[in-house]
Design a protein around this ligand. Sequence first.
Ligand code: ZN
Length: 122
Amino acid sequence: MSWELVVKDKFSCAHFLKDYKGKCERMHGHTFQIEVYFSVNKLDKSGISIDFTKIKGYLKDILPDHQVLNEVYDFSPSAENLSKYFYFKIKEKYQVSKVIIWESDSAGAVYSEDNTIKKDVN
Ligand SMILES: [Zn+2]
């Protein structure tokens, strides 16, 4: 038996991309959405695995809000780098399996450590 739990949150921040040629090199803002996935294989007596309330509280503590991401982090705050950063940050406390950062409704980045090479079945 296994489950994949998911918790969503959002944060509004400004950023710009260094070493990038295009409109994103200028400061602009997003309401980023974060989706955090956890793999679990056992439940407690109440039928839950990880308490959503605790995870949501933890996300509130670590997510930036109304900040300039370039001033908060020492990496270029692309969706790719943000998903990787939050993956390892959350992994310090929870068994996370992947993190998705949505920069808009239609574009985002997924980070996981799943290196499984899928082979064709002959
Ligand atoms: Zn952007």
